[in-house]
Design a protein around this ligand. Structure first.
Ligand code: WT7
Length: 660
């Protein structure tokens, strides 16, 4: 791992502009004064236990109270609110209905072909209960892992909540992953049940999910999967396997629309979500009920400054943590109206997003820098055609946002009146960790600003020593927080090694290493510089270089491969792969295409290499380690700097220079 690999820092080093929230926004915001914010931060640092205790009590409904706020006996396997009993769906649904909000719209859904639906809190609860009873009817029990591999349709939300209702943890796998990737996740999680659809609409095409499920099962997941429930979305012809596959609509139609929420312990698993790391296979990040409920709830409330009549839209997919925390659990736990869209902007409808903002009068809009850069590229004439007056707050997430895109977002979409919340967090953190509070914090384009109350962040060197102002270092989190991951499914060793033992600390234990580089400027603002490990972020999607390399070497023609990220104006980073071939295999453009296809089959379309460079050999140290630093410079068209004396054969360099 190196800190010097990223140059994304260059353009943000110079950034000096600062934008305080408008008077109007500040006056009406839930947390509107510096004093309030400072007092929250002070309470959190003076007495963190009391701080979390009071929010857990005031914000969530518990069936039985907790006694212990934080159990750190077996740190870093922390436990939060451990004796407490609750059900997150009760907090997301029933309690709002009990308070008279049953008629409020919970979910607005818009399909890509233009069909749409709305569900009130009352209706959503009924859908969830019917689905929960259906899952029980096919044998799903508390503790059984259910895999959800679905398009962005209401049933994806029903399925997640139905699992939570009956205490069956879910494992949502993004619909863009291939059948191979799905198979790995099914087997790793030992998922006996899969909920999928006959397909979904994306970019005017049908994504064939059921076929991928069939292939995953045929190729090995048959040893775990027993039942497959299929939602009818596209009505395309698919094959149903007797005794294994069931139609969702047939299954739920006669179910009761009431289902008592399962009484869950705070530390019972709510879900597993797979994400990429620097080594090995994707890891199943484990989140539990109480802490996650509190953190997704509280962060949503703070950051999005929620008001009763807000229409909130997060454009992520429920297959990612952003969708879990900020389409489903955070908004619903707060009784908000959350919008879900099946599609993405596409050539046939570049204004798709703005049409939806206009149609539903969206007031809070949360998207990714990569989307903003794409909007910029297609020109302001497109959003300018729509009425975006309803917007009052904008958010971004997933990767560093360049100041230029930030300014464009602010001016063209926000009409200079909406604050922007740049939110830094990870699958592992459960919810946002660093973000401005929109009514109080003056923002700088490209900076995620400050940690939220209760979160302590520091930038350190590899020995754990704090670095100087404006100096780059590793981002660490110094205190546990309720929404933190609990472990990696089936691999607690990896949990310890990846997050808690990476940086060698003098004296201090239990600090969490995030995997990102960052710096803190003279005003205390945090600037995220990107990953410092072998994780690439393509359009904000996390991919491990190792994962892609293993996919490449699993191809019969490939002997060895090394994958690096290359800076890209639109996607943040793109994948460049260097491969050497097996004896007697010749490189050709057909082979390159075949290799790209192979990676897509192994992982999914998001992992497709932009470029594959075939070379006789790869630059290695004398001890045989591939020197990725050199490959990164080559891929980026940069000068190779730094020490190359450990290179085993320097002629490799010359050859590679010609090829890249
Ligand atoms: C990685 C986590 C958090 C939901 C989406 C991604 C990068 C995330 C920001 C931001 C700069 C960011 C980091 C982080 N990242 N948000 N606002 N500014 N970088 O979740 O797939 O777990 O990826 O995304 O590198 O480590 P994820």
């Amino acid at each position: 791992m190196t800190l010097d690999k990223k140059n994304s820092i260059n353009n943000i080093l110079e950034e000096k502009r600062i934008f305080p929230p408008s008077k109007k926004f500040a006056e009406n915001s839930n947390i509107s004064t510096q004093e309030e914010l400072l007092s929250l931060k002070k309470q959190a640092s003076d007495n963190p236990i009391q701080f979390w205790e009071s929010f857990a009590k005031s914000e969530l409904d518990w069936f039985e109270p907790f006694q212990t706020v934080l159990d750190n006996e077996n740190a870093p396997f922390f436990k939060w609110f451990k004796e407490g009993k609750l059900n997150i769906t009760y907090n997301c649904l029933d309690r709002h209905i009990k308070r008279g909000l049953g008629g409020k719209t919970a979910l607005i859904w818009e399909g890509e072909p233009g069909d749409s639906k709305k569900y009130t809190y009352e209706e959503l609860l009924k859908e969830v209960c019917r689905a929960a009873n259906a899952l029980k009817a096919i044998g799903v029990k508390k503790g059984d892992l259910v895999c959800i591999y679905m398009p962005m349709i209401p049933e994806a939300m029903f399925a997640m909540l139905a699992c939570a209702r009956i205490g069956a943890p879910h494992s949502v796998v993004f619909g863009g992953f291939s059948s191979e990737a799905l198979k790995d996740r099914l087997i790793d999680g030992n998922a006996r049940y899969v909920i999928t659809a006959d397909g979904g609409f994306r970019k005017d095409k049908v994504i064939e999910l059921k076929q991928a499920v069939d292939a995953a099962i045929e190729n090995g997941a048959d040893k775990v999967v027993e039942k497959v429930v299929v939602v009818q979305r596209t009505k395309k012809n698919i094959s149903m396997v007797d005794d294994r596959d069931l139609w969702w609509h047939e299954l739920v139609k006669d179910q009761k629309d009431q289902c008592e929420p399962e009484i869950m312990s705070s530390e019972d698993r709510l879900f597993i979500l797979y994400t990429s790391g620097s080594t090995g296979k994707p890891k199943g990040v484990v989140h539990t009920t109480g802490g996650y409920n509190l953190w997704s709830h509280l962060t949503f409330k703070w950051i999005f400054d929620l008001k009763d009549d807000d229409i909130y839209w997060c454009t992520a997919d429920v297959g990612w943590i952003t969708g879990h925390s900020y389409i489903v659990y955070g908004p619903l736990s707060n009784g908000a109206t959350t919008l879900m869209y099946e599609g993405v902007p596409r050539r046939s409808n570049l204004g798709a997003f703005w049409e939806i903002v206009q149609k539903y009068k969206v007031s809070i809009f949360y998207t990714a820098p990569t989307a903003i850069r794409a909007f910029m590229k297609s020109g302001r004439e497109i959003p300018d055609k729509y009425n975006l007056e309803s917007l009052r707050l904008l958010g971004t997430v997933g990767e560093p946002i360049n100041p230029e895109a930030w300014m464009w977002y602010k001016d063209v979409i926000g009409k200079d009146k909406c604050p922007i919340v740049d939110t830094w967090w990870q699958t592992e953190t459960g919810g946002v960790m660093i973000s401005p509070l929109p009514g109080v914090v003056a923002t700088k384009p490209g900076s995620a600003t400050f940690p939220l109350p209760g979160i302590e962040v520091e930038i350190v060197d590899k020995d754990g020593d704090k670095v100087k102002e404006n100096e780059g270092g590793y981002l660490i989190i110094k205190k546990p927080w309720p929404g933190m991951m609990r472990t990696i499914h089936g691999n607690s060793k990896r949990y310890l090694e990846s997050y808690w033992e990476y940086i060698s600390f003098k004296g201090e234990k239990n600090v969490y290493f995030a995997g990102d580089g960052a710096r803190i400027d003279e005003d205390g603002y945090i600037w995220i510089m990107g990953r410092v490990d072998d994780v690439i972020s393509v359009s904000g999607h996390r991919l491990g270089t190792m994962e892609i390399e293993s996919a490449l070497v699993s191809h019969k023609s490939v002997a060895e491969s090394a994958v690096v990220g290359k800076k890209d104006d639109l996607k943040g980073e793109v994948i460049v792969a260097f491969v050497s071939l097996e004896k007697d295999v010749n490189g050709s453009s057909e082979l390159v295409e075949d290799l790209k296809k192979h990676v897509v089959n192994e992982i999914g379309i998001i992992a497709k290499p932009e470029k594959i460079i075939i070379s006789d050999s790869l630059p290695k140290t004398r001890s045989g380690k591939i020197m990725r630093r050199i490959l990164r410079s080559l891929a980026g068209g940069e000068k190779i700097s730094g020490d190359i004396s450990t290179l085993e054969d320097s002629s490799v360099l010359e050859k590679l220079k010609e090829l890249s």
